[in-house]
Design a protein around this ligand. Structure first.
Ligand code: OGA
Ligand code: MN
Length: 289
């Protein structure tokens, strides 16, 4: 029987006594229920190949193919390699994914439902695992908003733009990513989503604005939009809403991109390898009406 152990923080749980090589419908239902309840879950001690990871991911919905298209797995374009390893002097994966608060794929018309990240190598120094990932709960953050702010954001749409995060990584974080091409930009025009999202699977009310991609609240003067976003970004990343994931080797971490935002903390060196594979699941279009 699958065991679910809550983290004790606002969100997060660890799921054990489960082998994804032998997953039946009842076990999948237990995993999905744990994800909906806890926002982010770590499946312990998984030993699976790429085919199983992709097949498992597909059970949640349609998979995203990353727009920057570097570092896709040769056999499965839906699998992205996150890694600071090099081969023959060349990067084998994206080395600086997610180093700033964001919700994956909020820049798509169909936002991200979930992301699945499989840890094949985790950096360890002096017995301490490095490269934690932080998660913040957007259901709890919404509930904790002052009433007047809830009123100001109710029914409003916000703009999400893929280029915001990507350009910021190059401009302000020293990333060596190549600049986005015009074709890549054109493939991801800005989109709009409700600031107060009814979760497409659980019906929970979530604050849906993330510092990585959200650029503008529609219907407000620009200065007011900037100020309100600033307030929301500071509010939603308060300590009380955060779970810090300390990776274990062979964790498969699954997070809900409608009810959480996340951030990689980095802090490991190039000679301390971190190597992971990721899939991203889209929200089912039929649930977006
Ligand atoms: C991601 C991401 C965080 C990490 O893969 O979307 O943000 O810690 N990763 O690797
Ligand atoms: Mn991410």
């Amino acid at each position: 029987m699958v065991t679910v152990t809550p983290s004790g923080a606002a969100l997060g749980a660890r799921v054990s006594d489960l082998d994804l090589n032998r997953l039946d419908d009842a076990m999948f239902a237990a995993v999905e229920a744990a994800l909906h309840r806890h926002g982010v879950i770590a499946l312990s001690d998984q030993h699976i190949d790429e085919d199983v990871l992709v097949a498992f991911s597909r059970r949640f919905g349609k998979l995203e193919i990353n727009v920057t298209s570097a570092f896709q797995h040769p056999k499965h374009p839906e699998l992205l390699i996150l890694s600071n390893r090099t081969r023959d002097g060349k990067a084998v994966g994206l080395a600086d994914a997610g180093q700033g608060w964001h919700a994956d794929n909020s820049y798509n018309r169909l936002p991200g439902r979930a992301s699945i990240l499989y840890a094949l190598e985790v950096p360890v120094r002096d017995g301490q695992v490095l490269g934690d990932t932080l998660f913040a709960d957007m259901r709890v953050a919404y509930k904790a908003l002052p009433d007047d702010v809830k009123q100001r954001i109710e029914g409003r749409l916000a703009v999400h733009d893929f280029a915001k995060f990507y350009d910021d990584m190059i401009k302000n974080k020293g990333s060596k990513r190549p600049p986005l091409t015009d074709t890549q930009r054109a493939a991801r025009p800005p989109v709009q989503h409700p600031l107060v999202m009814r979760h497409p699977y659980t019906g929970d009310t979530c604050l849906y604005a993330d510092p990585g991609y959200t650029t503008r609240i529609l219907g407000l003067p620009e200065a007011e939009s900037d100020q309100l976003l600033e307030f929301l970004f500071a509010h939603e990343t308060r300590d009380a809403f955060i779970y810090r994931h300390k990776w274990r080797l062979h964790d498969i971490l699954i997070w809900d991109n409608c009810s959480t935002i996340h951030m990689a903390t980095g802090g490991y060196r190039p000679d301390e390898p971190r190597h992971m594979m990721r899939t991203q699941v889209q929200v089912d279009a039929a649930r977006m009406q």
